[in-house]
Design a protein. Structure first.
Length: 446
């Protein structure tokens, strides 16, 4: 399911980060809380009334930046607006309408995106009376909120949902894999794309059903159709040339949303950067298949390769199920391994395990290594089964979901992988409270 991007925009100190933090603590997990990943509070995932969203934080916008840092922030904000499906324009009730807000409003109008005006810091009746002044901005009805005190958030998010287009339908036919080549700028995405298109019969075409113009490529491989979803290598050049890293991140998020398997490309000459880990964390969070492609492998001296491989595996220890392929997109080395591996991962995502087998596996795992006791209480698992609607997702009915420790969750995940595979696919374990009657039986047996 494609997640629309909602950007929070405004000048400095109006409470943009406070709003993101408020949403994160209530409804959202930021990227994935996985050991070994490095991330910034740049974006977060929201689920509101069943609609999945990406909420993007931006820096304080200076309409006339006076320093190189302010110019960079402005470019990043422009990149976020360009990629957004809707924009929350945040202003400060305490300051009232000031010239900077008027200037930002003019820019937002030119962007031709849905704008939701959020008047923040409405913490008293006096400030509530001042909200009407913001009609002056010509951004529609101002919504009074207090991000700090959690007031008006429901009204704000309802307005955001109302501004979004309907859920897009997938353009892929049943059985068609959707791949996305993602990664930082200048790691070789376009070169890899061109190599794949040259090596296989491909058709580049317009994509219906997407919220913005894009170009996709269909590769016919081994009697199968593989769709390369909109990536920086296929997409028409946009208006945003500045803020390249930030723009690339947003483009990567959109491509990952649409794909089944993400090809995360990194540059061997730069090892794995924090931004690479950031993107990997997002792929894992949304449950997409993942392959790590280490590009420019031909530039790594032979005597350094074994140590390099050990270092990569250590850095990716939190996602040890990820296949790693060492390639040279420029020379075509290792390219012939990519599509077969992607096909295998796509098949793994379709895998269905009978409930009896899942139940028996979890029962054996608990018998071999019972959950640790927390005070006078101990975690008991009543039953386990694979979710029917989400790929590689398992539901475990337990007495106290809050007792599930991360280490024990990882233990169960490893047991599931040992028995059922799922190579290259993130597993999601959902712990839900068992029925009261079942809980009483478990406690009686304990």
């Amino acid at each position: 399911m494609t997640r629309p991007i909602v950007a929070i925009v405004g000048r400095t100190n109006v409470g943009k980060s406070t709003l993101l933090n408020r949403l994160a603590s209530r409804r959202i997990a930021v990227v994935a809380d996985l050991p070994g990943t490095t991330r910034d509070r740049v974006f977060a995932f929201a689920s509101w009334q069943g609609r999945e969203l990406i909420v993007v934080d931006t820096g304080g916008w200076q309409t006339k930046p006076s320093t190189s840092l302010e110019q960079k922030v402005k470019q990043q904000v422009e990149a976020a607006i360009a990629q957004a499906d809707a924009v929350i324009f945040m202003v400060d009730a305490r300051d009232g309408v000031i010239a900077a807000d008027d200037e930002i409003a003019d820019v937002l109008r030119a962007a031709n995106k849905p704008i939701i005006l959020a008047v923040n810091k409405v913490d008293s009746a006096k400030q509530a009376n001042q909200v009407a002044d913001f009609y002056h901005l010509g951004m529609g009805e101002p919504i009074a909120i207090s991000a700090h005190h959690n007031r008006g958030i429901d009204d704000l998010m309802d307005a955001v949902l109302a501004s979004l287009p309907p859920q897009p339908t997938s353009i892929a036919e049943p059985g068609e894999i959707k791949l996305a080549i993602v990664g930082r700028p200048n790691v070789g995405k376009s070169t890899l794309l061109n190599t794949l298109l040259r090596d296989e019969r491909a058709i580049v075409h317009e994509s219906p059903g997407t919220t913005r113009d894009s170009l996709d490529a269909i590769i016919r491989w081994d009697d199968k159709e593989i769709l390369l979803v909109d990536t920086a290598g296929i997409k028409r050049r946009g208006r945003v040339d500045a803020g390249v890293d930030y723009y690339s991140l947003l483009r990567a998020l959109q491509a990952i949303n649409r794909c089944d398997v993400a090809l995360l490309l990194i540059d061997a000459s730069e090892f794995i950067t924090a931004q690479d880990m950031h993107i990997a964390g997002y792929i894992i969070e949304v449950g997409k298949g993942i392959i790590l492609l280490v590009n420019k492998w031909d530039l790594v001296p032979q005597e350094q390769r074994q140590e390099f491989k050990r270092s990569v595996e250590q850095r990716l220890r939190f996602a040890s199920y990820t296949p790693i392929i060492y390639i040279s997109a420029k020379l075509g080395q290792g390219i012939n391994r990519i599509l077969p591996q992607a096909w295998e991962i796509w098949q793994e995502r379709q895998k269905r395990i009978p409930q009896s087998e899942v139940n028996e596996l979890v029962k054996q795992a608990v018998g071999s290594h019972p959950p640790p006791r927390t005070g006078s209480r101990q975690l008991h698992i009543a039953r386990a089964y694979q979710d029917e609607s989400q790929p590689a997702t398992f539901v475990l009915k337990v007495n106290y979901p809050q007792l599930v420790h991360f280490s024990y969750q990882r233990y169960l995940e490893n047991k599931l992988r040992q028995s059922f595979g799922f190579r290259g696919v993130p597993l999601k374990l959902i712990f839900t409270k068992a029925a009261r009657k079942i809980n009483r039986k478990m406690e009686a047996r304990a």
